[in-house]
Every structure is written in C-alpha cells, then in structure tokens.
Design a protein around this ligand. Structure first.
Ligand code: HDE
Length: 709
C-alpha cells in the first residue's frame, strides 16, 4: 500500500491546522469546558423532569438541530478527493496562466464528482450526467474548472436551466421518481426542446452509467479563452482523459448495483485511493485560433455542440493524480464551493450564454447553501495566495482584519492593499470588441440541433447504438402520457429513422410517415418560424471515433475486482498462479465463500475470505472465477446464490473462468440460450484457463455474448 499521506498537496496546510485529533483527550463543551457525564441529562430527582438549566444538553441538542445545510440544488450527491496537477507541456505560447506554463510545477487540487439529478442520499448508479469539478489551488488564486463527464449540455441559454432541472427532478406533486430521468416531466421538456437532443443521446449512452468515477472523461463543456502575455487570445476546450480508460456498466447491472450498494462509486474511489491506486487523468486542450472562430458548421459559443477531435486534436499537457481522501466529508466534499468564475490571469470566458448565466448562479447558490459571503474562508475553499481586500464582516467571519482602513483609495494604510499591475499578475479581462443591439434572441448559428446528435449516434459501435436504443425504450416506456412518447419519437426521426422506429415499436407509438417539423416551444412567442427552423448542414454519415467508448478501449484490467468462489480445498497451485497473474496485471482477487472466516486450500494453507455469498453479489465484481477441487465441482451450482452469481456474470457479459467440470457445467447451468442448441464454453465466451481469462478481462466485456441473450 502506497502512503497516501505526505503528498505534495500537504501544502494546503490551512486545512490541516483545522483538523482535530481526539487521542487521549477529554470531551469538552463548545466553550472548552470538560464534560463529566455525557450519558444523562440534568434532572430534578432520579425520576424527575429535566431541567432547563442543563446548558450541556441544550448546547448538544441545539447543535444537532442545525447540523444540516441545504443540499446543492443540482449535483447534490458527490464524492471528492485531494490531489495534484503536474504540467508536462508548456502552453506559454497561448496563456500566461502559470499552472499551464511552468513545466514540472505541481498544483494542489480538490476534485468533486457528482450525479446531477438525485438528492444527497440517492444512488451512485443513476442514469445521469456526472459532474467533474476541479479546484486548482494555484499561486495566483483559485482556478475552478467546473465541468461534466459529457462534452455538451442540454440547453443553450441559462434562461432554460431552472426549467430543465425542474423537469428532471422528482415530479412536484408526489416527489417521485428519485434520481431518474425516466418520467413524464423530463421527456415532456426534452421532446419540446430539440436543442437538448444531442446531450440526450449522450445521457442515453453508456457514458451515463460509468463503471467507476476513475474511468470517466471530463470536459469543460464551454469554449473558454486562453490569453498570453501579449494579451492575444486562443479559444480552448478542456478535456480530462482517464489513464484507466473509459468504462461503463450495463443498465440492468446499474439498477441492481443501486440496490446492492448505492455507494458503489463513492467506495470505489475511496478504496482505490486508500490502497494506493491513485486515479489519474491527463489534461488535454483543443486549441482554436481566434481567426478560425467561424470555420465550423456550428457556433463555438453553443454549449450543445462539441468540437470533433477529428477536426481539432486534443493535445495532452499535464496529469492530475488524486492521492488523498478527505479527512471529513462535510468539511471538504460538502462545503467545497466551485464557481466557473474563479479565474486566474491567462484564462477567460467567451460569450457562451450558458456560461454567462453560470457566472451569476454559483456565488448566489453558495450564499444560500453555505449561508454567508465568507464561504471563501472555509478551509477547503481558501486560496493559497493570501486574500487581501476591503471586504469585511458578515456571518461567521474568521479573518481578523487589523487597522483603521477598509476602503480604497486610502492614505491611512499607505494605499494598501493596492491594485496589482497586469505585469505583476493583476487580472485583466480580455478586451473583446462587442458591437450589437440589446436583444433577447438566439443566434441563427445555434439552430442546427440534429447534426451533432446524429454524429454522436453514427460514431458508436453497433453494441453502443443498441444500448442507446435500449435506454430510450426503457426511459420512454416509463412515460405515462402517450402524446409525450409520440413527440419524442418524432424528434428521434430527425436523428436516425431506424433508431426511432426501434424505439417506437416497443413503446406503443406509430412511427410518423415523415418526421414533422420539430416542435420548439423554446422559441420566443412572436419569433418567425423560418428563423427558428432547423438548419441541418451535416452529411448523414459523418462520424468520429473519439466519441465511442468501445473503439477507444484501454486498460480494462488494472484495479479490477475479481470474485474467486471456493468452498475450500481448491488446488493451492491453481489459486497462487491466478493470484500472481492477476496481481501482476494490477487486478485484485477476492475470495468469496459461504461464510466469513478462513478456508484452506488442498495444501492446508489458510486464506481469509473477503466476502460471503450472502453479503455480496456478482454486480459488484468485474469478473468471476469458479475454483476447481473436490468441494467446488458442478455441485457449486446447487448453491442458489452461486448460480445467481454465474447467471448475472454471464448476462452482464463479464469475463468468467470455470476451472472444474467444464463439460457438464453448461448443462447444469441451464442457460436459456443453450436450450435449443448445446453450445461450447468458447461459444459462450467463457474461459477455462487463467491466460484466457486475463485476455477476456482486458476486453472489459464480451459484448458478443449479448447477442446470445
Ligand atoms: Fe452547474 N450548477 N449550472 N453546470 N454545476 C451547480 O452550484 C448552473 C452547468 C456543474 O461539485 C450549482 O455549487 C446553471 C454546466 C457541476 O460542487 C449551481 C447552469 C455544467 C456542479 C449551478 C449550469 C455544470 C454544478 C449547484 C446553466 C458543465 C457541481 C451547487 C446556466 C460545464 C459542483 C453549486 C460541485 C453545480 C448552476 C450548467 C457543471 C446552482 C445556472 C453546463 C460539476 O450554481
């Protein structure tokens, strides 16, 4: 186990100073008074009423009554970790931001991943977008890159955000469903907002059900600007690429994990860091010269569009490593306050109307969530660069500002704190020329809502396309109002008619002869239809391999958890050989048996059982090995739970290794796909050697098996 302490980010000493260890220390009240009895309230006589005088009881209960703060209106459920960002390639030609120019520099970071729709206590495996927010504690102040695990967004203008969120959240009359988009209000909204279709395709893809937070890409979503020493600007899109590759689970699996372990992602991140398997991401940039702003067939300011990697490659510039778990969830993961407006010199905004709206929302939300304009003083939010300004007082102020002056300009404090020159790091907004009418409208260049939705769908493998179709079938089948299902199918015809047909067939809707003009209730009441008609410029066949998970498969073995089911007496050599092979490849073998404690192999060596058949489940593992030996033949399958384990592993296309009685195994299993025609292990993509198993594991899943089901 690597030491997760003493990492470079210990530089965040402020946080450490605020942590408290209780070893060998007596309990006290909030005023520091030592407590003698924490079991009993003060009473008038042994059986008498409690006394109002009991200041210790009152203090304890009062604090308890106020322990909750409002959860985030979106992204309420989160998991966070500390780490470090290290630059390996300078971007000094494009930016003066020191984190992107000083090669080898290590910048402490705190990263919070989240689901969007669910409440704080909801499941990790909801079909949802994941937040991917990184706070860089730079020497020039805090810089927050507050992105998602998908590169586009549902809407183009901040004006529609409350509507989107109201639509996806539990329905207001009965507060269901929790953390799920499969309901009427969400699809009603989406079916009336063609601009949301591209992101909807992403949300229906496997990206919305990640195997691990460590296996997700991250995106800044908006187009930002980099600004160099000469104040020249270059457009930039930010990408995080996970070293472990991008991997997802199946929808059936996701639903079952939600029941078996709703903290699956949270624990996975925590355990990986505790075990020294520090998750890493490469930071990449797509750079677009200012003069190329209008070269694309979409608008760079439109957050429902991505810049295809086939057109502008992603250049990797540095690596983020998450290497330390928070000491306290509330203090750090809950109280961390991100804001796309936390900027440093060398990075700037564009006029993306979604981004512009966000710049208002995040401070506003912290005021209601954290309760005071002093939220920047909470240890996790503190800048390394000392904060010096004339902002004073307010609820819970920690800083004690000395002296008589709290204004600028002043003579009393020799004009301090003074304004920094640009050359000394003073922030200066990029001087973009703006010339226009004050107008409430949407640019015509934002009006093609289907080309990139189709680009995304076209770029997927057949397996991934099928998963999208399955997801649409599932979600829309939960919609109770037929006209919403009809509207949605109509929208889908504009992306891919065959896909729309497959969805329509199972949700009780007829495919329209010809997709009718897309409805766009999002338009202003008096806008002319022509202006708002869809402008589809894209050839129907365009695709980009970077958008597929399967086409970019890598590193599916490292840190994977494999169940080795044995009732004992398995061959020592078999286990040791497998254990070594898997360890060498970075995977982890966990012994699963019928009860906790130890089992012995056939050489009498004892081994600890990690989990039992009754406290765990196949959906919590990446693969399954059935041991051989006298106690483990096909009679293993007589254990109902082992059979369930095997069936789930099989149905979820996961690697499986059967070490004994392979011949009779298939028959005993009674797989529905084998009823008509007896199939061999290899036809079922089941392995019978350790090497075969490792090779299967490296594929993540045997998607071919899906066709047998
Ligand atoms: Fe957010 N978003 N957002 N958002 N967002 C919040 O801020 C908002 C948007 C994102 O781990 C809130 O502190 C508006 C896009 C992440 O703490 C709130 C709009 C993207 C997180 C807010 C958007 C994001 C948030 C709620 C449309 C991807 C979690 C709590 C104009 C680029 C950060 C909070 C964390 C959180 C507003 C759209 C990402 C209410 C108004 C696009 C990762 O301020």
């Amino acid at each position: 186990m690597k030491d997760s302490k003493n990492q470079p980010n210990q530089k965040l000493g402020d946080l450490e100073k605020n942590t408290l260890k209780n070893e060998n220390k007596a309990m006290t009240t909030d005023q520091g008074l030592k407590i003698n009895d924490d079991q009993n309230s003060l009473k008038a006589g042994e059986r008498g009423p409690s006394l109002l005088e009991d200041f210790i009881l009152r203090e304890k209960i009062t604090h308890f009554d106020h322990e909750r703060i409002p959860e985030r209106i979106v992204h309420a459920r989160g998991s966070g970790a500390h780490g470090v960002f290290k630059l390996h390639t300078s971007l000094s030609k494009y930016t003066k931001a020191k984190i992107f120019t000083e090669v080898g520099k290590e910048t402490p970071v705190f990263t919070r991943f989240s689901t969007v729709a669910g409440s704080k206590g909801s499941t990790d495996l909801a079909r949802d977008v994941r937040g991917f927010a990184v706070k860089f504690y730079t020497d020039e102040g805090n810089y927050d890159l507050v992105g998602n695990n998908m590169p586009v967004f549902f809407i183009q203008d901040a004006m529609k955000f409350p509507d989107l969120v109201h639509a996806v959240k539990p329905e207001p009359h009965n507060e269901v469903p929790q953390a799920a988009s499969a309901h009427d209000t969400f699809w009603d909204f989406i079916s009336l907002m063609p601009e949301s279709l591209h992101m909807t395709m992403w949300a229906m893809s496997d990206r919305a059900i990640p195997r691990s937070l460590r296996m997700m890409e991250g995106f800044g979503v908006h187009t930002f600007r980099l600004v160099n020493e000469e104040n020249e600007s270059t457009f930039v899109k930010f990408h995080w690429k996970p070293k472990l590759g991008v991997h997802s689970v199946l929808w059936d699996e996701a639903q079952k994990i939600s029941g078996k372990d709703s903290d699956f992602h949270k624990k996975d991140l925590w355990n990986a860091i505790e075990e020294g398997d520090f998750p890493e991401w490469d930071l990449g940039v797509q750079l677009i010269p200012e003069e190329d702003e209008h070269k694309f067939d979409f608008d760079l300011l439109d957050a429902t569009k991505l810049v295809p990697e086939s057109e502008v490659p992603v250049q990797l510039v540095g690596t983020m490593t998450l290497n330390r778990n928070p000491a306290n969830f509330f203090a750090e993961t809950e109280q961390v306050a991100f804001h796309p407006g936390h900027l440093i010199p060398g990075i700037d905004f564009t006029n993306d109307p979604l981004l512009q709206g966000r710049l208002f929302s995040y401070t506003d939300t912290q005021l209601s969530r954290l309760g005071s304009p002093n939220f920047h003083e909470i240890p996790i939010n503190r800048s390394i660069n000392p904060v010096r300004n004339n902002q004073r007082d307010g609820h819970m102020r920690q800083q004690i500002n000395e002296g008589a002056s709290s204004y600028h300009p002043n003579t009393i404090a020799d004009g301090c704190p003074f304004q920094a020159m640009m050359k000394d790091g003073g922030f200066h907004s990029h001087e973009e020329r703006i010339d226009g009418n004050k107008i409430r409208t949407r640019s015509r260049s934002f009006m093609d809502h289907f080309s990139q939705a189709r680009l995304f769908f076209n770029s997927q493998t057949k397996t991934e396309q099928q998963h999208i179709i399955n997801a649409l079938q599932f979600e829309l089948s939960k919609v109770t109002r037929p006209h919403i299902r009809e509207n949605m199918v109509n929208q889908l015809t504009h992306i891919d008619r065959k896909m729309a047909q497959e969805v329509a067939e199972v949700i009780g809707v007829d495919l329209p002869e010809k997709g009718t003009e897309p409805v766009n209730e999002g338009k202003p009441a008096d806008a002319d239809q022509e202006h708002y008609a869809s402008i589809v410029k894209d050839p129907k066949t365009r695709s980009d391999d970077a958008l597929s998970i399967i086409k970019n498969l890598k590193n599916a073995v490292k840190t994977r958890k494999i169940a080795y089911i044995s009732m004992g007496n398995h061959p020592a050599e078999e286990f040791n050989d497998l254990d070594q092979k898997l360890k060498a490849a970075g995977a982890k073998l966990k012994v699963v048996s019928s009860k906790l404690g130890k089992i012995k192999d056939d050489a009498g060596n004892e081994m600890e059982i990690s989990e039992t058949l009754f406290n765990t489940d196949a959906v919590l593992y990446d693969g399954l090995i059935l041991a051989s030996g006298k106690m483990n033949g096909t009679e293993l399958l007589s254990h109902g739970k082992v059979k369930a384990f095997v069936m789930e592993t099989f149905n979820h296309c996961k690697p499986m290794l059967v070490l004994s009685d392979a011949d009779t195994f298939i028959e005993e299993l009674g797989l529905p796909c084998c009823k008509k025609k007896r199939k061999t292990l290899s036809e079922l993509f089941i392995d019978n050697t350790g090497d075969g198993f490792l090779s299967s594991l490296s594929k993540h899943r045997h998607w071919e098996r899906e066709k047998l089901l």
